[in-house]
Design a protein around this ligand. Structure first.
Ligand code: S3P
Length: 431
């Protein structure tokens, strides 16, 4: 495991930043491109480890995929022609690949075994295996199918109406994908809207999907048609630099062509709720996904209570928001975020543990944390614990910490942002 020594920045962040493609959208582009008949071309694909895992999974079922950096071409005869993989499928660290793939494999006429890394092996899969079994899926595994490794024997599936207890786009998408292969019309009714890239992109691939408020209906036995997908840049990656610009004196940056889908922009709303100003310009809409630029400069936000429906819209940004809160005036309380406990790490514990290493006063709660503001950070030796977003939070904290910071297990960042340090260096070196 490699480490990196980081010094506090002596220069503000300046200039424009083009973060890589969106992780959720890159996964889905490969899923639907593989399921569809014909050619699919993906541009600005995220070459992070998780999305490469999705490509390998479909290659192991015989789908022709060519990837050159951010450009991916898929040539598929459609899901009816997928072949039984000869080896177990390695899902690495990727929860999205796991939950969505379970939905697909449940309805295909062959046997597969899925396994993942240490972190993924601890993450609950029953949130998706339970509804899939209700549709007729035959899934078995550790603790009665709660955890990987899991074995799936594909079956004919029947449509269900499903009301998920967890607010999870992965679960919603896993069931919708099974619904695509099932007999009848499958309906998912959410209690709070989660990221809706699956619904948007299925339509781009010619599928019949109806969204009616919080209910999504998908017709079974549909054929998707290959298409072209331009992946917006990832707001979840941009969030690290947006917060960096807010906390490093004198900074002013613009993150360009970033996805501004309203189901993903909770982080921008939370920053505004904390009294900071952002300049957000929507520039275009591609395949139902809004894209635009966000300009942000150094300022001191105020502590706030972040709770309720905003949480699923910013679930992956809470680690970096917690760092911002440590620099705000007054206390910040994060509530209703118990889902953080089921991420790549238990992100309530890992954020609290990491911020404390930097000398912050922060208390965990069952569903979030309480962060004191106006903290002086002291450089620390901090481990990503194999969690990309914790690794990037540590790197951004190091910019304003006094003294040296050592980030250990830095390669975890490759899961979603392999060029993170190059982009950070460019922003701090912009003349
Ligand atoms: C994702 C959904 C979210 C998010 C994850 C990606 C997706 O997870 O945290 O990084 O692509 O659907 P949940 O669905 O578990 O909330």
């Amino acid at each position: 495991m490699s480490e990196i020594t980081l010094q506090p920045t002596t220069t503000p962040l300046k200039g424009k930043c083009f973060v890589p493609g969106d992780k959720s959208i890159s996964h889905r582009a490969v899923f639907f491109g593989a399921l569809a008949q014909g050619k699919t071309e993906i541009t600005n694909f995220l070459t992070g480890d998780d999305c490469l895992t999705t490509i390998k999974a479909f290659e192991s079922m015989g789908v022709q995929i060519t990837q050159h950096d951010e450009h991916v071409e898929i040539d598929s005869e459609g899901y009816k022609h997928f072949k039984e993989p000869t080896q177990p499928i390695d899902l690495g660290n990727s929860g999205t690949t796991a939950r969505l793939l379970l939905g697909v494999l449940s309805g295909l006429p062959f046997h597969t075994t899925l396994f993942g890394d240490q972190s993924l092996t601890k993450r609950p899969m029953d949130r998706v295996t339970i509804p899939l079994r209700e549709m007729g899926a035959n899934i078995d595994g550790r603790e009665e199918g709660k955890y990987l490794p899991l074995a799936v024997r594909g079956q004919a599936l029947s449509a269900i109406t499903f009301k998920p207890e967890v607010k999870s786009a992965q679960v919603k998408s896993g069931v919708l994908l099974a619904g695509l292969l099932a007999n009848g019309t499958t309906t998912v009714v959410e209690s709070t809207k989660t990221r809706d890239h699956t619904e948007n992109m299925l339509q781009a691939f010619g599928a019949e999907v109806t969204v009616d408020g919080l209910a999504i209906h998908i017709e079974g036995k549909q054929t998707l048609k290959g298409t072209t997908i331009q992946v917006p840049r990832d707001i979840s990656s941009a969030a690290f630099f947006i917060v960096a610009a807010l906390i490093v004196k004198g900074s002013k940056i613009t993150v360009k062509d970033v996805g501004l889908n309203p189901t993903r922009t909770g982080i921008l709303d939370a920053i505004k709720l904390m009294g900071a100003t952002l300049d957000i310009k929507e520039t275009t809409n591609i395949g139902g996904e809004i894209i635009g630029d966000v300009t942000v400069s150094y300022q001191t936000p105020k502590g706030a209570v972040i709770e309720g429906d905003i949480i699923p819209r910013m679930i992956d940004e809470i680690p970096i928001l917690a760092l911002l809160a440590s620099q705000a005036e007054g206390q910040t309380v994060i509530k209703d975020a118990e889902e953080l406990r089921f991420k790549e790490t238990d992100r309530i514990d890992s954020v609290v543990h990491t911020l404390r290493l930097f000398g912050c006063h922060v208390q965990p709660t069952p569903d979030g944390m309480i962060i004191e503001g106006s903290q002086t950070l002291t450089g620390a030796t901090a481990d990503s614990h194999g969690d990309h977003r914790i690794g990037m939070m540590i790197a951004i904290a190091s910019l304003i910490a006094t003294g040296e910071t050592t980030l250990t297990d830095k390669e975890a960042i490759n899961v979603s942002y392999p060029s993170f340090f190059d982009h950070l260096t460019a922003l701090t070196n912009d003349k």
